[in-house]
Design a protein around this ligand. Structure first.
Ligand SMILES: Cc1cc2nc3c(=O)[nH]c(=O)nc-3n(C[C@H](O)[C@H](O)[C@H](O)COP(=O)(O)O)c2cc1C
Length: 161
């Protein structure tokens, strides 16, 4: 099962978290991931992906304008895929949750199945998606990997029954 990880990153934090998402998802057998900056998307891989993670820095309490521009203008088809999100911010309460919700709403408009795992598997909860302050504390990094692993495990189960 292919999982695409698409992100925008100017100063490396979100790029770093994208790699943690890949690491977590690949703990599930049969999962292949690919991290792609919005400037360098492998469209063939993306077409085959069942899950797409979208990562963004928080800009003024929402997602970055670069990510917004990319999502608004890309002609790729996301309908029917599972969409998940992660975000980085500088400050606790800096708006990463809102950035994630804003992306999730755009994914719904594209016809994706928005998925967060949420509180369904106990702690650590992922309310909307993974969040890291800058490139993450050790605890935040661990939560990113757990989130991604749970997404991969559950989507694989959903597909294979
Ligand atoms: C234009 C701009 C706006 C930002 N706004 C916020 C904000 O509202 N809240 C916050 O916590 N951090 C904010 N930041 C900090 C970034 O979200 C944070 O450094 C992020 O991890 C950068 O990701 P990157 O290294 O992948 O580019 C802002 C940064 C920039 C450049």
């Amino acid at each position: 099962m292919k999982i695409a990880i698409i992100y925008h990153s100017e100063t490396g934090n979100t790029d770093h978290v994208a790699k943690l998402v890949a690491k977590g998802a690949e703990k599930v057998e049969g999962v292949e991931t690919k991290c792609m900056s919005i400037n360098d998307v492998d469209t063939a891989f993306l077409e085959e992906a069942k899950v797409v993670f979208f990562g963004t820095p928080t800009y003024a309490g929402s997602y970055s304008w670069q990510m917004k521009k990319w999502l608004d203008t890309c002609k790729l088809k996301f309908a029917g895929k599972v969409g998940c999100v992660f975000a980085t911010e500088n400050f606790l309460g800096g708006g990463a949750d809102h950035a994630e919700l804003a992306i999730l709403s755009e994914l719904l408009v594209k016809g994706m199945f928005a998925y967060s795992v949420g509180a369904s598997e106990g702690l650590p909860y992922t309310h909307f998606g993974a969040v890291c302050i800058k490139d993450g504390t050790e605890e935040q990094k661990e939560r990113v990997e757990i989130f991604a692993e749970r997404v991969a495990k559950n989507v694989k189960k959903m597909i294979n029954g």
